[in-house]
Design a protein around this ligand. Sequence first.
Ligand SMILES: [Zn+2]
Ligand SMILES: [Zn+2]
Length: 107
Amino acid sequence: MSKLTNALPNPADDECIRCYLVRVGDAFSCDGTLRAVSLFRERTAPNDSDLVSKVKNAGIFCDCEFRMNNARVVDDAQRAPQGHLICSATTHPESVAGCANWAECGS
Ligand SMILES: [Zn+2]
Ligand SMILES: [Zn+2]
C-alpha cells in the first residue's frame, strides 16, 4: 500500500467546500479529522486562516460531520448523469458556505 493511496485530491478552483467534501467523501473514508477542510482552506481560502478553528467552534471535528452539518442538497441541484454533484459556485468560496446546490437546514 502506497501512502499516496490516502492523498486527497485538491479542490477545483471554483468548487465550494461542501461539493468538495462530498467528492472526497465518496472516494475516501473519513479519518476522524478535518483534513479535507484543512486542505480546502490551504488551496482555496488561504486568507481565511481561522476556518478550521471556526469549524471546530461550531462543534465539528471531522470531514463527514462537516459534510452533513446544517445543509442539505437541494432538489434541483446540478448533477452529472452518474449522479455526482456538479458544483455551481459562482463566487470564490472563501468561507464554509456551499454553492447553489445546497440549502441551509432549518431555513
Ligand atoms: Zn468523520
Ligand atoms: Zn458546490
